[in-house]
Design a protein around this ligand. Sequence first.
Ligand code: MEV
Length: 490
Amino acid sequence: MASSRQKEGNNKGHKGSVAGGDAEANNIKKDLFKGFSRLNMTERFSRLMKMGALTQTDIKYLKSGGIKKPDLAEKFIENVIGYFQIPLGVATNFCIDGKRRAIPMAVEETSIIAAASKTARWVGEHGHIKTYVKGSGVIGQIQFNKVKNFERLKQTIQENEKEWIKRVHEEVMESMHKRGGGVVEFQVRRLPVEEDSSQEEMAVVHVVMDTRDAMGANIVNQVCEYLRTLIESTTDEEVSVCIVSNLSDSRLAVAEVVMSGLNPLLMEKIEQASLFAERDPYRAATSNKGVMNGIDAILIATGNDWRAVAAGVHAYSARKGRYQSVTQWRVKDGKLHGYFEAPLMVGTVGGMTKLHPTAKMCLKMLGVKKSNELARICAAVGLVQNLGALRALTTVGIIEGHMKLHIQNLTLGAGAKGWEIPVIQKHLEIIFGFKNRISLSQAVEALKALREKTVNHAEALKKIRDKHREQALAALKELKAKHKKWIDKI
Ligand code: MEV
C-alpha cells in the first residue's frame, strides 16, 4: 500500500533486526513493562526510572502535582484563571521500528491507554511496526480572491521563484535555513469557479517549506506575509489571505503493521471492519476518532497543537472526495497488514514543547529530538489504537473493555470510600453480568443501601430478570464469602 515517494526513516522494523546495544536495552524495557498496569504509582515511577524514561527530578515534579504557578499560563493564553488538568499515563509494550519506548499519553478517557498497551503487546507477539515519513514540506497559502490574469501571475511567480526564496532565507528564516530548512518551491494553483457562478477566478500560491523540527505554523505565516509584499509590488495582483495549511500533504507520516499467526476468522473480521470504515463516512468518523485517541493523547502530552493535526488528518481522510478511514487493514498471504498515512504536523522545538515543563519531560521520556520521529511514533500509536478497537469491536464488543474502569469510576463517582469500594464494585459487576449495562444511579442506590445498613443484595438482585436469580444468589454467596470482613461490618 505504500507508494514509492521519498521516504525517511529507518526500516529496522522487522523482528530480530535490532543491533546489539539496542537489543539489550529493548529486553530490559520489555521486562520492566511486565505487569506494569498492576503496579502502584510509586512502583511505576521506579520502573520508569530504571528504564531511563524518568529522572528523580521528574518524579519529584510529578509527585508535586506538576505545573502550578499561573505566570507560565499567562505566557500562553489570555485572561488566565488557572490550569485545567487531565491525567497523564504511560502506554507500554510499544516496539516501533525495533525500538521499545514508554509512550506518554495525556487523556481523560477510560481504556485508551490500556487498549493501546494491550494491543501493542499483541502486535509484538505476532509481528512488528514499521514507520517512515514521505516528503518534507509544510504548506503556506497565499490567496488572490480576484485574480486578474492567472497565467501572468503564474509566470511572474515562476520567474522570481529563485530570487524570492533567496530573500526569504536571508531575511525571514536565516537560522532555520542554516539548519537545513527553508522554502522548497512555489506551486501556483487556479481555484475552480462553479460553472453557473458569477464569482471571479481565484488563485492560490502554495509555498512549500521545510521547517525542520518546528511544527511550522509561525514561520510559514511569517514567510507568506513577507512574500505578500514582494508579490504585490511585482505584479498588479492583490493578495487577500496568507496562512499555513493544516492539510500538509507534502509531508506524510506512515505506519505499517504486519502480523502473522492470527486466527484467520479474526483477520477476516478485522478486514471487513476496515472496509466498513473505508466505505461509510458514518463509520469512518468513529474509526478515525479511535485513531486520534492515541495520537491526540501524545500530542497533548508533548505540548503539540492537536487541533492542527486533527484538522489535517480529517481533511486528508476526505482527499478522494469522500470521507474515509485513515487506516486500512487487509489479509494478504495469511498475514494481517495495517496501514496508516496522514499529515502529522508536529514539532519538537518551539511553541509549548520547550516551555511547558510536562511537555519537555514527555518529549524526553519518548527519547525524541526530531519532529519526524515524533510524527512516526504518533502514526504507530494511532494505527495500533485502531487495531485494538477493531479487535474488540469484532469480538467481545467495546463495552467489555471499558467496563472494569467504568465500574471503578461509577463507584468513586457515587462517593464510595475505603472498604465500601470493593463491595460496590462487585455489586455493579454482578448487575452488569446480567444486564450488560450499568449506571451511576445504580451505584448511588447501592451505596445508599450499604450505608443505611439495609443492603439486601438478594433483594436488589430480584429486580434483575427472574431467570438469572439462581446465578445471582450464587454470585452473592461468593461475594459474601470473599468480602466477609466487610460484609460483617454491615
Ligand atoms: C472510542 O473512544 C473509540 C472507538 O469508538 C473507535 C472505533 O469505533 O473504532 C472504539
